[in-house]
Design a protein around this ligand. Sequence first.
Ligand SMILES: [Zn+2]
Length: 302
Amino acid sequence: MKNDNENKTPGMKDHIVRAVTADGLIRADAITSRYMTERARQIHRCLPLGTAALGRTLAAASMMGAQLKNIRHSITVQIRGDGPLGSLCVVSDGEGNVRGYMQNPGADLPLRKDGKIDVGGGVGLGQMVIIRDMGLKEPYIGMVELKSGEIAEDITEYLVKSDQIPSACALGVLVDVDQSVLAAGGYILQLLPGADDNAAERLEEAVNKLGPVTALLNEGMSPADILLRLLNGLSPKILAEMPVEYRCYCSEERITGALKSMGKAELLELSEEQDSFEITCQFCDRQYRYSSRQLREMAEQG
Ligand SMILES: [Zn+2]
């Protein structure tokens, strides 16, 4: 492990660290995701409630995506709650680079009694759907009912119920007074086959002892530091350190493809309505403009 000071500050670049305990029974991933969260906040002009909800989901999806290990594969986390934020959607590529959006980024709620952002209230109750596309004929789709809307608990529920892997997950976003992101990140711990109740208990103890993950990140701890502390006494070994970022894959080619799939009649109708047609990528806000002529040509090409 590198031990340079740059990596020890809250300003460190977003990355995931993966570790495994010496006995091979616990796998752990931790992430610092401040920059991808800030990027999402700026794209969607989120208020702190939306920043926290989207930021937690980005961190979780990034860690789960990076486990796929193939950049062409993807994982989509859809949170369909009935709270003021509306639904959220985050997509990660197979190396943990993420993009996301939500229905009502400007939704707001008073802080909870303990002073924390009320993410559970913002998300509400409903379902969490996770779609894993591993390049096979059909993607793997799993769903759980939202437990609290606090996201980390819901991800844990998903991993335990749908993937049937005993897991612990913590996620957090710390928002500054100017609403920018001060710290963001989290971890996912998973028991591997062969782990017994003893391992599960030790893990739970470690999680309870660690405290809020954003406070540690804000103090300057790196994801590697956090994992080493969590797995202290279990001789953890750092397996990998992976840079991740907010990354959208939209392009003119893709948007054109999507427009063409609307069919000839729809395209001709669009071309007659206005002189030009603008379409905005919901993940990154990039705008694509098509003239009536371009739309007509696309319709003719079929
Ligand atoms: Zn985009």
